[in-house]
Design a binder for this molecule. Structure first.
Ligand code: HEC
Ligand code: HEC
Ligand code: HEC
Ligand code: HEC
Ligand code: HEC
Ligand code: HEC
Ligand code: HEC
Ligand code: HEC
Length: 449
C-alpha cells in the first residue's frame, strides 16, 4: 500500500474537526477547544485513506464522527481498510469513481471483517444467527406457501432475519438493501451482518453488551426476550444502576462483580465469564430449542442440527450463573425450568397437536394450506406465541411471562381449540377455508451462494 508520513488529528465530542498538518488549526496539527478531548494520531496513513476522511468529513460528517470515536480510528483502521473493493466485486460503486479513483464498495460483509477478526467471524458464521435464511426456507409456512408478499416481507422479516442482497454492475437492488438483518446473504456469499449488533461506524463493544442491542429483534408477542429481561430481577438491577457499570472493558476482561453486578443478554449468551469462553455462536450454552412447537434438543433441530452436546452447553450456562450464585440456587432454577418445558410438551402441546391431527385425518381441516382456517391460526398462536412465552419466561426468570402471558393463555387457548374442534366433529362439516389476504408471495427459495 502506498503510504506517506502524515499527521492527522481530530476532536472527539459533539463537535468534530478533521485537520491535516499545515492545513488548519494549531501549528502541531491539533485543535484545542476547552471541554473537548483532543486525540492526536501521528502514524502513517496513506494519502488515499486520508482523502476519504477529508472529503467525507464535509459530505457526511455524522459518519466520520462515529468512526473517529471508535477503537478502529484509534488503531489507525481507516475507511479504506473496510470499503476497498476487489476487482471482481459486483458492488463496486460506479458513481463513486467520479470522486475517487480507488474502487470502493458500500457493503462491508463479515468476510471483510474476517480479515482482522477471524475468530468472531467463524463463530458467527456457524450460528443460527448467520444461517437463518437457510432455516426459514425449510420450515416457514409464510414463505413456503407464499402467505405474505414481497412488501410485507421486506418491511418485516427481512429487517430481523436479513435479505439476499443483490448487486449487479455496481447497482445494489434497493429492494434488498439497506438491510442489516442478522442472516443477510451478501454479494460475496458470506452470511449475516456484524452491524446487527455493532452499529457502524462506532462498532462499539459497550453497545453490543447492552440488552437494547438484542431487543431490537428479540421482542414482541412471539419472542419477547427484552420484555422478559426487563421484568426480571437482573433487568431491574440493570435499569437501576447500569449507567454506572464499566461497559467498555477490553474484550475477555468484562467481569461480573468487577464491571457489572447483574447479567445482560450478552453475559449469559456470548461474553467470556470466568472460565466460560466467550463466543459469537449464540447456539452455544443452550440445552433446548424452546422456540420450536415441540421442545427438542438443539442437536435434534433438523434444518440446522447443532453440533453440540446439550449437557456440556448446560454446564457452560450454569458456569455463568455461578459467577454470582451458589450451585444450589443455580441448580434449583434449571430444575424448575426443565420441569416447565416437560409440562408444556406433555400437558399442552402434544394433546393440542393430537386434536389437530385428528381433524386433518377426518378431512374436517384441509391440509392444503396452513393458516387459512380459523383453527389453524389458533393452533399457530398456541405454540408460537403463548407456548414460547411460557417457556422463555421460565428460562429467563420472568414470572409474568411464564404465567399470565404463558401458561394462563395456553389454558384459555386450549379451551378455544377444543370447542372449535367439538363444533366441527358435531356438525361433520369441514371448517371454512378463508382467502388469506396479500398471499401472493414468491414461493421459490432464493438461490443462496
Ligand atoms: C472528493 C470527495 C470524496 C472522496 C475523496 C471520497 N468520497 Fe466517498 N463519497 C463521496 C460522496 C459525495 C458520496 C455520496 C454519494 C451520494 O450522495 O450518492 C460518497 C459515497 C461513499 C460511499 C457509499 C457509496 C454508495 O454507493 O452508496 C462509500 C462506502 C464511500 N463513499 C467511501 C469512501 C472511501 C472508502 C473513500 C476513500 C478511498 C472515499 N469514499 C473517498 C465523496 C468522496
Ligand atoms: C470497520 C469497518 C469500517 C470502517 C473503518 C468504515 N466503514 Fe463505512 N461501513 C461499514 C459497514 C459495516 C457499513 C454498513 C454497510 C453494509 O450494510 O454492509 C458501512 C457503511 C458505509 C456507508 C454507506 C452507509 C450509509 O449509511 O449511507 C458509507 C458512505 C461509509 N460506510 C463510509 C465510510 C467512511 C467515509 C469511512 C471512514 C471515515 C468508513 N465508512 C469507515 C464498515 C466500515
Ligand atoms: C484492517 C483490520 C480490521 C478490519 C477490516 C476490521 N477491524 Fe475491527 N478492529 C481492528 C482493530 C485493530 C481493533 C482494535 C483492537 C483493540 O483495540 O484491542 C478492532 C476492534 C474491533 C471491535 C472492538 C471495539 C471496542 O470498542 O473495543 C469491534 C466490535 C470490531 N473491531 C468490529 C469489527 C467489524 C464488525 C468489522 C467489519 C465491519 C471490523 N471490525 C473490521 C481491526 C479491524
Ligand atoms: C422483530 C424481528 C422479527 C421479525 C419482524 C420476524 N422475525 Fe422471525 N424470528 C425473530 C427472532 C428474534 C427469532 C428467534 C426466536 C427465538 O429463538 O426465541 C425468530 C424466529 C423465527 C423462526 C424460527 C426459527 C427456528 O430456529 O426455529 C422462523 C421460522 C421465523 N422467525 C420466520 C419469520 C418470518 C417468515 C417472518 C416474517 C413473516 C419473521 N420471522 C419476522 C425475529 C423476527
Ligand atoms: C448478536 C450480536 C453480535 C453480532 C451479530 C456480532 N457481534 Fe461482535 N460482539 C457482540 C458482543 C455482545 C460482544 C462483547 C463480548 C464481550 O463481552 O466481550 C462482541 C465483541 C466483539 C469483538 C471484541 C471481542 C474480542 O474478543 O476481541 C469483536 C472484534 C467483534 N465482536 C467482532 C464482530 C464481527 C467481526 C462480527 C461479524 C462477523 C460480529 N462481531 C457480530 C455481539 C455481536
Ligand atoms: C437483527 C436482529 C437480531 C439481533 C440484533 C439479535 N438477534 Fe438473536 N436472533 C435473531 C433471529 C432472527 C434469530 C432466529 C434465527 C433462527 O433460528 O432462524 C435469533 C436467535 C437467537 C438465539 C437462539 C439461537 C438458537 O440456536 O436457537 C439466541 C440465544 C439469540 N438470538 C441471542 C441474541 C443475543 C444475545 C443478541 C444480542 C447480543 C441477539 N440475539 C441479537 C435476530 C437477532
Ligand atoms: C441470566 C441469564 C440470561 C439472560 C440475562 C438472558 N438469557 Fe436468554 N436464556 C437463558 C437461559 C438459561 C435460556 C435457556 C437455555 C436452555 O436452552 O437451556 C435462554 C434462552 C434464550 C433464547 C431461546 C433459545 C432457544 O432457541 O430456545 C433466546 C432467543 C434468548 N435466550 C435470548 C436472550 C436475549 C435476547 C436476552 C436479553 C434481552 C436474554 N436472552 C437474556 C439465560 C439468559
Ligand atoms: C453478574 C451476576 C449475576 C449473574 C451472572 C447471574 N445472576 Fe441471577 N441475580 C443476580 C443478582 C444480583 C440477583 C438479585 C438477588 C436478590 O434478589 O437479592 C439475581 C437474581 C436472580 C434470581 C431471582 C429472581 C427472582 O425473581 O427472585 C434468579 C432465579 C437468578 N438470579 C438466576 C440466575 C441464573 C439461572 C443465572 C445464570 C443463567 C444467573 N442468575 C446469573 C446476579 C447474577
Amino acid at each position: 500500500m502506498e503510504s506517506s508520513p502524515g499527521c492527522f488529528s481530530y476532536l472527539v465530542g459533539p463537535l468534530l474537526a478533521v485537520v491535516c498538518c499545515g492545513v488548519a488549526g494549531a501549528q502541531d496539527g491539533s485543535l484545542a477547544v476547552p471541554g473537548l478531548k483532543t486525540i492526536r494520531i501521528e502514524r502513517n496513513i496513506s494519502p488515499t485513506a486520508k482523502g476519504c476522511i477529508e472529503c467525507h468529513s464535509t459530505t457526511s460528517p455524522g459518519m466520520v464522527a462515529d468512526w473517529a470515536d471508535s477503537r478502529h480510528a484509534h488503531s489507525n483502521i481507516t475507511c479504506l481498510d473496510c470499503h476497498a473493493a476487489g476487482p471482481a466485486d459486483s458492488d463496486i460503486s460506479k458513481k463513486h469513481l467520479a470522486w475517487e479513483k480507488t474502487p470502493i464498495s458500500p457493503i462491508v460483509s463479515p468476510k471483510d471483517c474476517s480479515r482482522c477478526h477471524p475468530t468472531e467471524a467463524a463463530e458467527f458464521d456457524k450460528s443460527k444467527h448467520a444461517r437463518t435464511l437457510e432455516i426459514l426456507w425449510q420450515i416457514d409456512p409464510w414463505l413456503k406457501q407464499g402467505l405474505n408478499n414481497a412488501i410485507e416481507r421486506a418491511t418485516g422479516c427481512d429487517h430481523c432475519h436479513g435479505s439476499v442482497v443483490k448487486a449487479v454492475n455496481g447497482q445494489i437492488d434497493p429492494a434488498t438493501w439497506p438491510n442489516v438483518g442478522i442472516g443477510r446473504v451478501n454479494p460475496d456469499g458470506s452470511r449475516g451482518s456484524c452491524s446487527s449488533c455493532h452499529t457502524r461506524h462506532k462498532f462499539s463493544l459497550a453497545e453490543a453488551r447492552k440488552p437494547e442491542a438484542c431487543g431490537q429483534c428479540h421482542l414482541g408477542p412471539d419472542h419477547p426476550q427484552i420484555e422478559i429481561y426487563n421484568e426480571s430481577k437482573h433487568g431491574a438491577i440493570y435499569h437501576a444502576e447500569g449507567h454506572s457499570w464499566n461497559w467498555g472493558a477490553a474484550p475477555g476482561t468484562w467481569s461480573p462483580g468487577v464491571d457489572y453486578r447483574a447479567p445482560t443478554c450478552s453475559t449469559c449468551h456470548m461474553s467470556q465469564v470466568g472460565s466460560v469462553k466467550g463466543s459469537h455462536d449464540v447456539t452455544e450454552r443452550l440445552a433446548w430449542e424452546t422456540q420450536a412447537p415441540l421442545t427438542i434438543r438443539p442437536s435434534e433441530f433438523k434444518p440446522l442440527p447443532a453440533k453440540t452436546d446439550w449437557k456440556e452447553e448446560r454446564e457452560k450456562m450454569k458456569g455463568v450463573c455461578r459467577a454470582c450464585h451458589s450451585p444450589a440456587w443455580t441448580n434449583g432454577h434449571f430444575d424448575r425450568f426443565d420441569k416447565a418445558v416437560e409440562h408444556y410438551n406433555e400437558t399442552y402441546y402434544k394433546p393440542a397437536k393430537k386434536i389437530m391431527d385428528d381433524l386433518y385425518e377426518k378431512n374436517l381441516l384441509s391440509k392444503d394450506k396452513f393458516l387459512d382456517e380459523k383453527l389453524e391460526v389458533e393452533f399457530y398462536e398456541f405454540w408460537h406465541h403463548e407456548g414460547r412465552r411460557a417457556r422463555f419466561g421460565a428460562a429467563m426468570m420472568a414470572p409474568d411471562y411464564a404465567w399470565w402471558h404463558g401458561f394462563y393463555e395456553l389454558k384459555k387457548r386450549f379451551m378455544e381449540i377444543e370447542s372449535q374442534a367439538e363444533e366441527l366433529l358435531r356438525t361433520g362439516k369441514p371448517a371454512t377455508v378463508h382467502k388469506v389476504r396479500g398471499a401472493d408471495g414468491d414461493t421459490t427459495p432464493p438461490k443462496l451462494p
